[in-house]
Every structure is written in C-alpha cells, then in structure tokens.
Design a protein around this ligand. Structure first.
Ligand SMILES: Cc1cc2nc3c(=O)[nH]c(=O)nc-3n(C[C@H](O)[C@H](O)[C@H](O)COP(=O)(O)OP(=O)(O)OC[C@H]3O[C@@H](n4cnc5c(N)ncnc54)[C@H](O)[C@@H]3O)c2cc1C
Length: 402
C-alpha cells in the first residue's frame, strides 16, 4: 500500500509523485540544485531522511566564493562576517592577516541549510521530510525509487545525500569515495570572550599532526575543530590539546564534541550512470587544503543545473561529468597537491610559506575566490626555491587568543 503523507499541507498518495527530478538530501548541494532546477520550470521533489531544521557536523565557515555563488543576502543566518585570519603555529608566532571585508562568514548549518531549503520550496520545490532513500531501479524512461515512506518515480535521480551517501553505496559501490575524519567542538565560552576574539578566524598549523586546527566565532559560541587531509587517529586527543592551548577556550560554560568525515576523492572519477548523478559530498567533492565542502557542493549543483539546461533529462547525457572535469576537478587536484606541500612539513611550511606575505595573501584569495587553486599552486611552486631560503623572523602580531 502506498504511504500517505503531508506535502505542502495537503495529504497525498505517494503513488502520485512522479517528478522530473528527485533530489535526495536537503544539504547545500541538494537544496541549491532543487532551487536552480525549479527556476528552469522543472517539477522537482527533494527528500531528506531527517526532519528539518536538522543539525549537521560542520565548522560553518562559508567562503566568499560560496556566498557569491549563492548570490543572495543570508540575513540572520550569517553569524559573523570574517574580516581577518589569525595564522598560528602551536599558539606561537601568530600573525594577523587582514583580509578584504567579508572574505568569509560563519553560519550554523541548521539555519543555513533551512534557509536554502526554504528558498527552494518558495520556487515550487516539493520537500518530503523524514523520507529516506532505500533503493532504486532504472527503467528506460524513469527511475523507480524506494523510500522509507513509499515509491517515487522520476526522470533523473540526483544524489546529494552526503558523505555516507546511500544512493552511491547502493548504485555505484561502497568504495567509490575516499574520506578522512574531522572532529569539532562547539564551545560556549566565558562571558566577554567572543567580543575580545573579534570577527576573525584562527588557523593553527599544529592543530593536529599533518593538518590544522580552526577556531571560528559564531554569534554565541565558537566552533573549534581539527582536520588532516592525511586522516589520522586520536582526533579527540588532538582536539583537546588544541583547545587547551587557547585562553579563549578555557572555562567554557558548555562544550559539545562531534565528529564526521570529509570526502576528498572520487576514486574512479565516476559521477553519473544513466539516470543517476552524484553531487557534493556524495560525489567525493570536498577540497583537501582546508576541508572546505560547502562551496564545492554548491558548485556541483550549479554544474548539474547547467548540464540539465543544455541536455535536458536524457539518460545518455554525459555533460555533467564533462563539466565537472573541466570546471571543478582540476581545482580539487591542485588543492590536494597544496595540501601535501603544506601539511607534510607543517613547521617548515608555516615559517616559509604561511608567514610569507605574498603566499598568505594568495591563500586568502583562495577563500575569497579571487585566486584559483591551480594558479596559486603554480605561483607557490615557482617561488619555492626563493622562499625556502632562510627567512627573517616573522613580524609577529599579538596572539589574539591569549
Ligand atoms: C567536522 C567538519 C567540519 C566541516 N567544516 C566545514 C566548513 O567550515 N566549511 C565548509 O565549507 N565545509 C565544511 N565541512 C564539509 C561540509 O560539511 C560538507 O562538505 C557539506 O555539508 C557537503 O554538503 P552536501 O550538500 O553535499 O551534503 P550534506 O550537507 O551532508 O547533506 C546531505 C543531506 O542528505 C541527507 N541524507 C543522508 N542520507 C539520506 C538518505 N538515505 N535519504 C535521504 N536523505 C539522506 C542528510 O540528512 C543531509 O541533510 C566540514 C565537515 C566536517 C566533518
């Protein structure tokens, strides 16, 4: 028997739900894609296994290039406009890098994701909450999708269901994407601390072995985390050591720890098969240097929408993969090379690269979107012999967390 559920306020039968496009997952990739496709006049349904708003493990650092790609005012979903970066090694040698206003901002994912979903629904997208993808069978003209609440049919099944994608695991194999763990703590600090810390993001290149630690200020808390593109173990210990090094994080009123994975590589560069496409984390499209995933999830949605606008809903179109290879993958590969360069020898990289004004200016450009990863890698590699010469002691700024 088909399930019955509330949909836009009205009860309906699941059997009726034939969509042009079914998007699985209402994270940034799914909701942005749903919005763009509804704008093209397609009938779009989006399902998510969770009730919304829902929490998501994420630092909530949103780069300027992600904001530009969205192109609308985030309103109260923006917690802080980031105007500077504190670059640090083991809470010593800190430099303060002023960046252009709004090179990044911070958000809380439950609010940010709800905003993107609301925007899609306002365009006519139908959202089915607490509806999990279970399996799918592809026919000549459509895909029949089994969900936890009944059957749905669509012309294209677009999987944006995150790092542990059930669509990918079921239809593309469990080993397609390689990922690394990352861990974060939400820290509600002692009164007055956030004000003293200011609108800056802190990056510590000894936050974890062969990786970094971050402190991102939000409206009423810090998001603090550790990540390495090489993976690693004992992340909780590294995170605790990192937290212990910063005065701003001492004597908090509350701390909550959470961990998850960041998918850095699609091993077979397989992004679509017939009527099923993978996007964002489900496709393994996060970036290795900072572990940034939101921009790349949004970008994959933009590329998928572009492919559909050009080729329609044809099963044989390979345009999405072609555009990914052209517009996104070379940047992700360059980011992976930069990550190897920086984190394999973090102390050396910090003193000779991160403290180098020109290079940290270029790194800021990566976040704002003013510089591409390939360009930055080339510049860094060409300048390497010169920059590896003994450097002067850094003109260090005060440690803004003490
Ligand atoms: C600790 C940590 C910190 C991070 N910090 C940052 C950061 O500061 N900035 C940044 O840019 N990136 C960060 N990332 C990466 C970022 O969170 C992801 O890359 C981003 O969320 C990917 O978006 P997405 O839309 O592809 O997937 P997601 O945001 O994961 O959304 C997937 C959605 O699919 C739903 N879903 C899952 N399974 C099913 C199913 N079977 N059926 C239906 N729905 C399903 C989920 O409920 C979810 O809503 C961080 C990651 C981690 C682990």
């Amino acid at each position: 028997m088909p399930g019955r559920m509330a949909w836009g306020g009205a009860a309906m039968s699941f059997d009726d739900t034939v969509a042009d496009v079914l998007v699985v997952g209402a994270g940034p990739a799914g909701s942005h894609l749903a919005y763009l496709l509804a704008e093209q006049g397609l009938r779009v349904t989006i399902i998510d296994k969770q009730a919304f708003p829902r929490a998501k493990v994420c630092g909530g650092g949103l780069s300027r290039k992600a904001m530009d790609l969205l192109g609308f005012d985030l309103g109260p979903a923006m917690h802080r406009a980031i105007g500077g970066a504190i670059l640090n090694y083991r809470n010593r040698d800190a430099i303060l890098k002023e960046v252009e206003p709004m090179a990044a901002c911070t958000v809380v994912r439950s609010e940010f994701d709800q905003l993107l979903l609301d925007r899609a629904c306002a365009k006519g997208v139908r959202f089915l909450a607490e509806t999990a993808f279970v399996d799918a069978t592809e026919g000549a003209d459509a895909v029949s999708v089994t969900t936890s609440r009944g059957l749905l049919r669509c012309r294209l099944l677009l999987a944006a269901d995150g790092a542990a994608s059930a669509v990918r695991n079921k239809l593309f194999g469990k080993d397609l994407v390689a990922y690394v763990p990352a861990m974060e703590a939400t820290v509600w600090p002692a009164p007055g601390t956030l004000e003293r810390f200011g609108d800056r993001a802190l990056f510590d290149f000894d936050g974890m072995p062969r990786g970094y630690g971050w402190i991102f200020p939000k409206r009423d808390h810090f998001n603090v985390g550790v990540y390495s593109p090489f993976g690693g173990t004992a992340l909780r210990q590294h995170l605790d050591r990192f937290i212990a090094a910063y005065a701003s994080l001492q004597q908090p009123s509350r701390v909550e720890y959470q961990g998850y994975v960041i998918p850095l590589q699609n091993r077979r560069q397989l992004y679509q098969r017939g009527r099923v496409w993978l996007l964002g984390d489900a496709a393994g499209l996060a970036e290795a240097l900072f572990g940034e995933g939101i921009y790349f999830a949004l970008k994959s949605a933009t590329i998928a929408a572009k492919a559909i606008a050009a080729d329609g809903l044809r099963a044989e179109s390979a345009l999405y993969s072609r555009l990914l290879r052209l517009e996104l993958l070379p940047e992700l590969r360059a980011a992976a090379w930069m990550a190897r360069l920086i984190y394999r020898f973090p102390k050396l990289a910090f003193s000779h690269l991160v403290l180098n004004q020109q290079i940290n200016h270029d790194f800021a450009g990566l976040i704002s979107g003013q510089m591409g990863y390939r360009h930055c890698l080339l510049k860094t590699a060409l300048g390497l012999p010169r920059w590896l010469l003994p450097s002067k002691a850094p003109g260090s700024a005060a440690d803004h967390s003490r």
